[in-house]
Design a protein around this ligand. Structure first.
Ligand SMILES: *Cc1c(COP(=O)(O)O)cnc(C)c1O
Length: 368
């Protein structure tokens, strides 16, 4: 073994759950029931309770979860949805999937999360939804955002793909908005062993609508009330997630210890900015993202020394080829652009050893 430090490594987590996962596979395999059975129902109950919401509806992935939230709210062409200018493209794609228009709003430069003040300035007569994204795992300033939504009669759809277990003023992310989405992509803090996602809501009617939409628009087999899609969470992933969710708090705590260690040691290094939390916000540290003007050179230095790192994300959505139709140009969202040019995500995962974190820190301190 070389002394490489990977950006992400599942070895420790997989070892903890391996026996239980193989047992769950056997249980589902032998049950001979693979789609929308008791295991999906059980997981939906567990996840709703864990998130302190009334309903959870399992779906196929995080992008579908977001898209179905917007569909359930009857969002369509001509509607405007407020999204962060710095987010993973999925948040914007969900808006495009229902034919609506993403309206980007800049983040706070220190927390990387959407700025409530700037949301106000972006509201027009066409605005229907605010979609906060708890980026890198840190909760957005949800009390402020909910207040703005209420005052302007808007819906809130949280993109909680990265922030399972995070909170704002003591309340869990994914429980603020009218209807919210999450992802269990394998690399997320609560990850499945394939694609999976879920919608959470306290609204009975919206939950029912998602259940119908995810299953061909049908409640009763072969009777279709509306034009739905096929976006079901499968029994196998539900069975896996029902076990893995028991580890989430402990694993998030481990990530927090690593982040604290990075913060302590990196804060004194010149020309490196460490991530900051807003008052009242916690983070599950899905990612630990620093910023430096010499990002590309630092990345190269880390790679040369056997340390994995990634950029989340190198191109903001408004400058992506896919969004040329919106006619944005470089300079339109300078904070998002600056973050894209300077951000760097360091290794953080349950099971990373203190010596490994120390090595990352010392390689960064050596960088001139
Ligand atoms: C991962 C992610 C998604 C999409 O989830 P998938 O399950 O990959 O479709 C959406 N939004 C954010 C912020 C994400 O990180």
């Amino acid at each position: 073994m070389s002394d490489q430090i990977k950006f992400i490594d599942f070895t420790y987590m997989n070892a903890q759950v391996r026996a239980a996962m193989l047992q769950q596979f056997e249980n589902v395999f032998d049950s001979q029931w693979y789609i929308l059975g008791d295991r999906v129902k059980q997981f939906e109950k567990i996840y709703a309770d864990a998130n302190e919401v009334k309903h959870c509806v399992g779906v196929a992935n995080g992008l579908d979860a977001l898209t179905l939230c917007l569909k359930a709210l009857d969002i369509k062409e001509g509607d405007e949805i407020i999204v962060p200018s710095n987010t993973y493209i999925a948040s914007w794609l969900a808006v495009s999937c229902v034919g609506a228009t993403p309206v980007p709003v800049e983040p706070n430069e220190n927390t990387y999360n959407i700025s409530p003040e700037k949301i106000k300035a972006a509201i027009t007569k066409k605005t229907k939804v605010i979609m906060p994204v708890h980026l890198y795992g840190q909760a957005c300033e949800m009390d402020e955002i909910m207040k703005i939504a209420e005052e302007n009669n808007l819906y809130v759809v949280e993109d909680n793909a990265q922030a399972q277990g995070s909170s704002y003023n003591g309340k869990l992310t994914g429980s603020f908005g009218h209807i919210n989405a999450t992802s269990f992509y394998p690399g997320k803090n609560l990850g499945a062993y394939g694609d999976a996602g879920a919608v959470t809501t306290n609204d009975d009617a919206l939950a029912d609508k998602i259940k119908v939409l995810r299953n061909y628009g049908s409640q009763k087999k072969y009777f279709n009330e509306i034009k739905g899609v096929n976006s079901r969470l499968d029994e196998l992933q539900a069975a896996f997630l029902s076990i893995k969710i028991n580890y989430l708090a402990e694993w998030n705590a481990e990530r927090n210890s690593v982040a604290k260690w990075y913060n302590e040691k990196l804060s004194s290094i010149k020309n490196i900015s460490i991530p900051q939390l807003a008052n009242g916000a916690t983070s599950n540290y899905h990612l630990y993202v620093i910023r430096t003007e010499k990002r590309d050179a630092l990345t190269e230095h880390l790679t040369k020394n056997g340390i994995g790192s990634l950029i989340h994300y190198p191109v903001p959505p408004h400058l992506q080829e896919a969004y040329r139709e919106l006619d944005f140009k470089k300079g339109d969202f300078p904070i998002a652009e600056k973050i894209a040019e300077t951000c760097l995500s360091l290794p953080i995962y349950p099971g990373i050893k203190k010596e490994e974190v120390d090595k990352v820190i010392s390689i960064i301190s050596d960088f001139k």
